[in-house]
Design a binder for this molecule. Structure first.
Ligand code: SF4
Ligand code: SF4
Length: 103
């Protein structure tokens, strides 16, 4: 496979991986003590108001501090939330190391 075709394949696989997320917000505390960056949309889905800068120290609405980490870290450490759509998902082989750090 040439470089251009591989890059297209990789991007397609990345999109497929990211589309697994159902935007339930559970990993951001939607069911208990939400992160201060978590926003609920009218349709019930959640998004992060500072997605580009999300990794690192964060604070919940009640003032607790925690570290926001890539979802791949939760997958590799088996610390995904109860209802996370990534449970059982281990196929990250198609995603570059650099991109994996961002998922
Ligand atoms: S900073 Fe992290 S934990 Fe907070 S809403 Fe954004 S993605 Fe979720
Ligand atoms: S818990 Fe899983 S499915 Fe829900 S928003 Fe977080 S990554 Fe997406």
């Amino acid at each position: 496979m040439d470089a251009e075709r591989y890059e297209k394949y990789r991007l397609k696989k990345e999109e497929e991986f990211e589309s697994i997320c159902k935007r339930c917000g559970e990993c951001c505390g939607a069911l208990d003590d939400p992160c201060r960056n978590l926003v609920r949309l009218d349709d019930g889905a959640y998004f992060c108001r500072d997605y580009a800068n999300r990794f690192g120290p964060q604070m919940t609405v009640s003032g607790n501090t925690f570290t926001c980490v890539p979802i791949r870290e939760h997958i590799s450490k088996s610390t995904l939330r109860q209802n996370c759509a990534y449970r059982g998902s281990k196929d990250l082989t198609h995603v570059s190391d650099e991109k994996r750090r961002d998922l």
